[in-house]
Write a protein that binds this ligand. Structure first.
Ligand code: ADP
Ligand code: MG
Length: 257
């Protein structure tokens, strides 16, 4: 069973504790929604959890091994990381971008084996990108690029998937599709941790919610147990109503007078 642990992780930037003594343990399977206001430290914490940033204090362990000590290729095979606002810097096709997600599992030379090509095609269809297969990724719309980048992160079916705001900028159908796929990924035994601002979708699809405020974890637990108007008020400073609707929980923020 895959287990990711952060022990008192502190990240300093500009003399400030951007992430302040954050401790969290997650074992697969499960989908965790990381919520918190802009600047709370979500992206920074996710980078530390992904082993892409070495915290000033504390440690991140993957199956008990300090993540910094894991060979980079092994780590790249085991966990995928989708940065916030992932960009494509040069014009390669959507298919190639998605196939890049398989790089850590491929031999250093030669073309894609047929099984991997099939996997890329399957991912393109799942993400509604089949028609975009040959289009340069630099010419995609913001939402199409976001879907391409999520497909790239998911194509290798990693044990640990860390996705920073994967549905930002997606239209409702594609946002729901993406959340369903992340949920299914957790259902297959994977560990998924994702920063989200859509609290309704977080409430509906996440098994756990981790709330971050000013670099500190202020709540961590099963979604149904901890997601409350009081928590949302504390974290976002906005009143909210949480209702059980036909399709699961619905969160409505109340207009501030
Ligand atoms: P979130 O993803 O929750 O919006 P981030 O992790 O991106 O937040 O950033 C957390 C905070 O760290 C922000 O307030 C940001 O301005 C600050 N920050 C990030 N890098 C630096 C830096 N190099 N110098 C000063 N502040 C920084
Ligand atoms: Mg962020």
């Amino acid at each position: 069973m895959t287990r990711l642990e952060a022990w008192s992780v502190t990240v300093m930037r500009g003399g400030r504790r951007i992430v302040d003594a954050a401790s969290v343990t997650r074992a697969a399977p499960g989908l965790t929604a990381l919520i918190g206001p802009n600047g709370a430290g979500k992206s920074t914490l996710l980078m530390a959890l992904a082993g892409l940033l070495r915290p000033e204090e504390g440690a991140v362990l993957l199956d008990g091994v300090p993540i910094a000590a894991i060979d980079r290729r092994t780590l790249a095979r085991r966990r995928a990381y989708l940065p916030q606002n992932a960009r494509c810097e040069w014009p390669i096709s959507v298919e190639r971008v998605v196939a890049l997600g398989l790089t850590p599992t491929l031999p250093p030379f030669g073309g894609l084996p047929p099984s991997q090509r099939a996997r890329v095609s399957e991912m393109l269809s799942q993400c509604d990108l089949a028609e975009k297969r040959d289009q340069p990724a630099t010419t995609l719309s913001g939402g199409e690029l976001a879907r391409t980048m999520l497909a790239r992160a998911m194509v290798g079916d990693p044990e640990v998937l860390i996705a920073d705001e994967p549905i930002a900028g997606l239209d409702p159908r594609h946002a729901l599709d993406a959340m369903r796929r992340l949920h299914a990924c957790a259902g297959r035994g994977r560990l998924v941790i994702t920063a989200l601002h859509d609290i309704t979708l977080a409430a509906r699809y996440a098994d756990h919610v981790l709330a971050l405020k000013e670099g500190r974890i202020v709540a961590d637990g099963p979604t149904a147990e901890i997601l409350s108007p009081a928590l949302l008020r504390d974290v976002f400073g906005v009143d909210a109503r949480i209702e059980q609707g036909e399709f699961g929980l619905a969160v409505r923020f109340v207009e501030v007078a």
